[in-house]
Design a protein around this ligand. Structure first.
Ligand SMILES: Cc1cc2nc3c(=O)[nH]c(=O)nc-3n(C[C@H](O)[C@H](O)[C@H](O)COP(=O)(O)OP(=O)(O)OC[C@H]3O[C@@H](n4cnc5c(N)ncnc54)[C@H](O)[C@@H]3O)c2cc1C
Length: 460
């Protein structure tokens, strides 16, 4: 039996960086993947959605080019070609992951891994390997509750991304980030979209001011119908289309996208043989050092039921690898940027305004709208704002949010500033290049301190 210092189960954005880091630290490492290197993120999640969104945005820019003095007549698109481009990008990236694993000496096994005991892994039931330490990185998959029938017109995100034709109309069940991102992309390409969300609003984890900005743009500019606070009942599908009842209304469309949530992947792992079990929601419990209750076994990424984002899985992966191989335990970061690629984009980091206020500590906020920036006017992208949330006394930055152009890029500045424990004053004094979208952070820091240059003072 071949033996390894570290065996990683699952080669998503949690697993493959963990394997590479363990190898960099001198360990003998194997990784077992039963589908495709890169996991959900690369093959069925982050990368394919962002590639299709880039195509949809390109179409929208060309269609709307007249506003910039550029005449383009009869702009059209070929969705099948957009999907082919998406597949090419994904293949290229997956090839890169394989090369990196190989270059770092990580042995790759293709198959389904299961525990035989705490230090033995069986692949596809016949090949057995030894593992001094194991990192479980088996991720998550779309949840398919029983009230949603099985039919080819009812798809979850992975099946949607494999379609090479867009429907004319679509019901999106679930107003979380996956549903809203795909809804935005499809609406940009002319699909008639209705989102049905059981909760009081879409993207409920966001502060109300961010939600209303995104929702208004999705409804008014993209023409998406958003129905909230009621379930979609009596879902049915046949050769002609799908239907469902929302309140008193029967909704009909060509396709239904099930975006109700994700569930952890643990089936077949035989966790009991390793002395592990899942919690009440099906996740594997891991502490801040990514340790499970079995001393030689770590768990990272979506399967741990914490923040279900690729960069969080990666940061946990590096921590787990270092803790599996090294002697000085490292905790993983708690400051995690959250990014949503809707139109407009949204991103947050640290405490939200409502979380900060719920702590009953005095807080100050400072906002700046993109419409006040020269760069936004020049680029014709004026929707949205950025916001700082700070401790009222010390003015230390506690959280930040951006909704609007490049929000998912801009959040990096805020993450760095909060991690570096900047105050609003220090941020406001930091020189930001002009004209750029990132000046909005400086302006919002000035606003927080009542020192705005580009916002008129309140009447005295
Ligand atoms: C449509 C969509 C869009 C998304 N967009 C973003 C985004 O823009 N930004 C972002 O940060 N996050 C995004 N996410 C979330 C992101 O994809 C996940 O958080 C991330 O993939 C989790 O990484 P992971 O390594 O934990 O698991 P996964 O990426 O799910 O990888 C787990 C791997 O383990 C393998 N596996 C499972 N069981 C076994 C077994 N027994 N043996 C061998 N292999 C096994 C699976 O085949 C899979 O390849 C998106 C998700 C979706 C669905």
């Amino acid at each position: 039996m071949e033996r390894f210092d570290v065996v990683v189960i699952g080669a998503g954005p949690g697993g493959y960086p963990a394997a590479i880091r363990a190898a960099q630290l001198g360990a003998s490492v194997a990784i077992v993947e039963r589908e495709r290197l890169g996991g959900t993120c690369l093959n069925f999640g982050c990368i394919p959605t962002k590639t299709l969104i880039a195509s949809a945005e390109t179409f929208a820019h060309v269609r709307d080019a007249a506003a910039f003095g550029v005449s383009v007549s009869g702009a059209t698109f070929d969705y099948a070609a957009m999907v082919r481009r998406k597949d090419k990008v994904v293949d290229q990236f997956r090839g890169g992951v394989k090369q990196l694993l190989t270059a770092n000496g990580v042995k790759q096994f293709s198959g389904s891994a299961a525990f035989k005991d705490r230090e033995t892994i069986v692949i596809d039931g016949d090949l057995t390997i030894g593992a001094k330490k194991t990192i479980i990185a088996t991720g998550s998959t779309s949840a398919t509750p029983g009230f949603i029938p099985l039919h080819e017109r009812i798809v979850e995100s992975r099946a949607f991304l494999a379609l090479d034709r867009l429907p004319k109309s679509m019901i999106v069940l679930g107003g979380g980030f996956i549903g809203c991102e795909i809804a935005s992309m499809a609406a940009m390409l002319g699909v008639k979209v209705v989102i049905v969300e059981l909760l009081a609003d879409i993207l409920m984890l966001l502060d109300a001011d961010l939600r209303s900005e995104v929702r208004a743009h999705m409804e008014k500019t993209l023409g998406i119908r958003v129905l909230t606070g009621a379930p979609l009942a009596d879902i049915a599908a046949d050769a002609n289309g799908v239907s469902g009842r929302c309140g008193d209304e029967t909704l009909r469309a060509d396709l239904l996208l099930n975006a109700v949530g994700r569930r952890p992947v643990t089936e077949g792992l035989n966790l009991a043989a390793a002395g592990l079990e899942v919690d009440a929601r099906g996740f594997i419990d891991a502490d801040a050092y990514c340790r499970t209750k079995a001393v030689t076994i770590f768990a990272i990424g979506d399967v741990t039921g914490k923040t279900q984002l690729a960069h969080f899985a990666t940061s946990q992966g590096l921590v787990a690898a270092e803790n599996a191989v090294g002697s000085k335990p490292r905790r993983h970061e708690t400051l995690v940027p959250n990014v949503i690629f809707t139109a407009p984009e949204v991103a947050t980091v640290g405490l939200s305004e409502s979380e900060a206020r719920a702590l009953e500590r005095p807080v100050k906020t400072g906002k700046f709208r993109f419409s006040g920036l020269g760069k936004s006017l020049a680029a014709g992208e004026t929707t949205g704002f950025v916001k700082w949330i700070a401790d009222a006394d010390s003015e230390r930055l506690l959280g930040a949010a951006a909704v609007g152009p490049r929000a998912t890029e801009l959040i990096a500045t805020a993450t760095t500033a909060i991690r570096a424990e900047f105050t609003a004053r220090e941020l406001g004094e930091t020189i930001h290049a002009h004209p750029t979208f990132s000046e909005a952070w400086m302006e919002a820091a000035h606003a927080l301190r009542g020192e705005s240059i580009h916002v008129p003072p309140r009447r005295r």
